[in-house]
Design a protein around this ligand. Structure first.
Ligand code: 5GP
Ligand code: ZN
Length: 115
């Protein structure tokens, strides 16, 4: 997608601080972090949300969670207290970027969520 912010990020057309990359997925720092560690993991194939991603190819969801597993094990997030994975879909959830992304939050005690 030519006008998609996160497609531009993985193509390197917009700068980002990448923390992870494999054949299918990149992970990078969120520009406006909401926790000490706040990363975004995206698939290189564009989809607008996780339901569209599942409809296109469920393997893409597995690709992203494999990347999160690899990263969190290698960087010690799992053993250092864990992390949260969140994906927002639509306006009620506050989705603002319409390229499917998975927030990874960690580095401190996280609050409750849902309101
Ligand atoms: P959403 O609200 O759609 O679930 O999450 C979008 C996320 O993208 C937000 O947490 C926001 O801070 C982040 N974001 C928005 N623009 C940029 C950008 O240009 N670069 C990076 N790295 N993150 C961004
Ligand atoms: Zn995109």
């Amino acid at each position: 997608m030519d006008d998609c912010l996160f497609c531009k990020i993985f193509k390197g057309e917009i700068p980002s601080t990448k923390v992870y990359e494999d054949e299918n997925v990149i992970g990078f720092q969120d520009l406006y972090p909401q926790a000490k560690i706040h990363l975004l993991f995206i698939h290189k194939e564009h989809s607008k949300n996780v339901n569209e991603m599942m409809g296109n190819d469920p393997k893409q969801v597995a690709d992203v969670f494999s990347a999160i597993k690899n990263y969190s094990e290698k960087e010690g997030l799992e053993k250092d207290g864990g992390f949260r994975v969140v994906t927002n879909l639509g306006s009620l959830a506050g989705q603002t970027v319409f390229h499917t992304h998975f927030h990874v939050l960690s580095g401190e005690q996280l609050g409750r969520f849902g309101s």
